[in-house]
Structure formats: structure tokens, C-alpha cells
Design a protein around this ligand. Sequence first.
Ligand code: URA
Length: 239
Amino acid sequence: VQSPALGVGPSYRPEEEKPTATVSREVPHENVHVLEQTPQLIALLTIIRDKNTERADFIFYSNRIIRLLVEEGLNHLPVVAHTVTSPVGKDYVGVKFEGKICGVSIMRAGESMEEGLRECCRSVRIGKILIQRNEETSKPKLFYEKLPPDIANRWVLLLDPMLATGGSAIMAVEVLKNHGVPEDRILFLNLIASPEGIENFAKHVPKVRVVTAFVDQGLNEHNYIIPGLGDFGDRYYTV
Ligand code: URA
């Protein structure tokens, strides 16, 4: 199934002035939130999907999308009423976040999202989970986990830029649940998802809230997302 092509730009601009671009498909799951398909987001995604984009640009523009994902993810945490007094002696009725959070990155690619989380949440605790796929059986296997000891009392922002089959992300959620974190206190932040990965994830861990920048067309025979951007970890860290 082809992804939708739409005029990209603000609603007040005439359609004929908006260039047509491939935008994210929508998904019928209440807990899956796709970032607004703004001209900036589409332009950033266009850069990182380009096979000719060199590593320095790949890192810079991926980081900008990661920042958008973190800011949107934080909007899904509960806040309580909070009034402050301004320097001119007037009250401002606002809100504040009350609760504890932590990040958990799925290694290696998820580690690229840690800095974006730190930029928004100073000195945030960050745990790590390493899951790798058995080459023969294609089944994910847990190799390493290091999590904050009080993780059961925290909101968890789970970080992985690419959601392909969903196998690793589902296993990571199971690890968190085994440590006492309820599904509905986990937010999964993701750059590009496949429709198959979204379906699989929503079926197995339906209460986890997903914030993604884009739901792509599908998977190829090697379980790479298409059109995707290739191997995120390689492009961010090595090639
Ligand atoms: N992981 C990646 O880095 N890219 C994909 O396309 C799928 C999984």
C-alpha cells in the first residue's frame, strides 16, 4: 500500500502553492501518536532518508527530530495545577509536572536519543537494554539490561529510532514490566515505524503510548523499513 501524498504547508496557504510530499499514514490506534506532518518535519526526514547525506548532517538533523519527539512525548505525562507569582506581583495559574521519569534506550541505535532527552530533562536517569536478533531463528534475545533501581515508581521513556517488526521493542517492554513498570506508564519514542511494527506492538502491549514521527510504507525481505533510511545505528555511529 502506498503512503499518502499531500500538499505540505500551513492550512491558510493555497493548495497549489504547497509542494506534494509523502506524509505519514495514519494508524487506527488510540495510543499511537504521529507527529504533525509539518514542512519542517518533512524536510528533516527528507535529509536523513537521503542515502547521500553524510554522517555529520545525519546526526544533526536526526537530533532535531529526536528533540521534537521528546517534547511531544513529555506532553503525554500528567501535570497538576500550579500557580506562581510573577515579578510584578500578579499570579499566573499554570501547571507543573509531578512525578519521576527515566529514559531507557534500546542499544545501540536508541542511545542516539539519550542526548535529546537530557536536553529537556536535566540529569535524567537513563537505563539500557541490549536485545539482538538470532541470525538463524530471527528471534530477539535479551543480552543486557541495566535499569534505575526504583524504575517501578517512574514514568519510562523508551527510546528506539526504528520500529521494524516490533520484536525488540516488545521484548524491551516485557523487561520493563518484569521490573514492575505498568504498561500505561511507558512512552515509546520512535522516528520511523513500519505499519507491521505498529500493529504488532499495539497488539502485544496495547497500553504503551507510542510517539512516532512517521509510519512508513512497509518492510523489505530483510526487515528493513521502506523507504526508511537504512541502518540508523550505522549511519549515526559508524559509516
Ligand atoms: N533498524 C534500522 O536501523 N533500520 C531499519 O530499516 C529497520 C531496523
